[in-house]
Design a protein around this ligand. Structure first.
Ligand SMILES: *Cc1c(COP(=O)(O)O)cnc(C)c1O
Length: 372
């Protein structure tokens, strides 16, 4: 490898950015109308376009995914305890704490790395009101098993689907499962609006409540129906989303290509496991996690450091577990003995770079660091 190549940083992801010139007409329209936010024309168009593209009934845009999560919990008036996974991004747990809800962590399945449905029932108490699973890395949860438990115990299900843009399961969008799902359109996600997010729901009444909640609770000029928040997406972000949507299929195809090459190359490396054997439509290739096992010559952290030393900015998603953060550590469900699979996975995982413009040469360089 040449030094020049090594000096170019390869990030774990790179935002999808359409041609700047193509964005200008949208900006001119915003400047001409002077409608900058509060359910403007681009906001309305993007909500409809995303419903059509994703195959969902109702979608409310938000300023970011975290506000969507916080608001989703408010929309269903969730209180008490909520069962969730420790193997996720900080926002999943924080959204519960911001609502004064006690997270109850349940271990993950070693294959899907999602909440293990077989371990949910034992964590249910009289205070439990909901389950908040995550479609981790875009891999769908066992939505049928989770719904069955929720129905048996009268619990709501809110999916943190921040990774699951355009993911299908059981002949339709994965977002059609549960009571609500939230998406993130952060710059690091498969589809981005710089910052942004959404709640997906299944009926017009719930959509209206969510729309009120994200606009301070205003139902009309003089009527405030709930202690809402400001969760609105601006016209600039919505316009960017509309433009972005034109290129999304091509971007997903390119991600799939990267995923295929990684799998071919990694198949022969002893001690490196690709945990998710993903089906054609089951995922969006948002992430490429590998597990570094004990029969690999280097420890996970030594391999991580080797990548970093060579300017490959891999990330250890998700390490540490949420349950190891100081504000969660004291919870009974945070005990490591309660979460052995999550604990082990967090100690083995590295997410390799994956994004549409990653070249074969770059992929080969990344692989070379693992076999040398
Ligand atoms: C990115 C992410 C979020 C938060 O979304 P933001 O848009 O960054 O607020 C929530 N949950 C998970 C699992 C995420 O990866």
């Amino acid at each position: 490898m040449t030094n020049a190549k090594k000096s170019l940083p390869i990030y774990v992801t790179q935002p999808l950015l359409p041609d700047l010139a193509d964005f200008m007409p949208y900006l001119e329209q915003i400047w001409a109308s002077k409608w900058l936010t509060n359910s403007g024309p681009f906001h309305q168009q993007l909500e409809q376009a995303l419903c059509d593209y994703l195959g969902v009934k109702h979608l409310a845009l938000f300023a970011n995914g975290t506000l969507a999560l916080v608001t989703a919990l408010q929309a269903l008036r969730i209180t008490g305890e909520v069962i969730t996974t420790p193997y996720t991004f900080a926002a999943t747990g924080h959204a519960l704490l911001w609502n004064g809800i006690k997270p109850v962590f349940v271990d993950i399945d070693p294959i899907t790395l999602n909440l293990d449905p077989d371990k949910i029932e034992a964590a249910i108490t009289p205070q439990t009101t909901a389950i908040m699973p995550v479609h981790c890395y875009g891999q769908p949860c066992d939505v049928m098993a989770i719904q069955k438990i929720a129905d048996n115990y009268g619990l709501k299900v809110i999916y943190d689907a921040a990774h699951a843009f355009a993911v299908q399961c059981h002949d339709g969008s994965v977002l059609n499962h549960g009571d609500l799902s939230i998406l993130s359109f952060h710059a690091t996600k498969v589809f981005n609006t710089f910052e942004g997010g959404a709640i997906i729901c299944h009926d017009a009444k719930t959509k209206q409540r969510i729309d009120h909640l994200k606009n301070f609770g205003f139902a009309d000029e003089v009527t405030v129906v709930a202690p809402g928040i400001n969760g609105k997406m601006s016209e600039i972000n919505a316009a960017f989303g509309l433009l972005q949507l034109n290129g999304i299929d091509e971007a997903l195809e390119k991600r799939k290509w990267v995923d295929t090459i990684y799998r071919q190359c990694l198949a022969t490396i002893k001690g490196i496991v690709c945990p998710l054997g993903m089906g054609e439509k089951a995922t969006n290739y948002a992430y490429f996690p590998i597990l570094v096992q004990s029969d690999y010559p280097l420890t996970r952290d030594a391999l991580y450091q080797k990548f970093r030393d060579n300017n490959v900015q891999v990330r250890r998603y998700f390490y540490p577990l949420i349950s190891d953060f100081s504000m969660y550590r004291g919870l009974p469900s945070s005990a490591p003995a309660n979460l052995p699979v999550a604990k082990k996975t967090a100690e083995q995982v590295i997410c390799l770079p994956i994004y549409p413009d990653l070249s074969r040469e770059q992929i080969e360089f990344i692989i070379s660091l693992m076999v040398d």
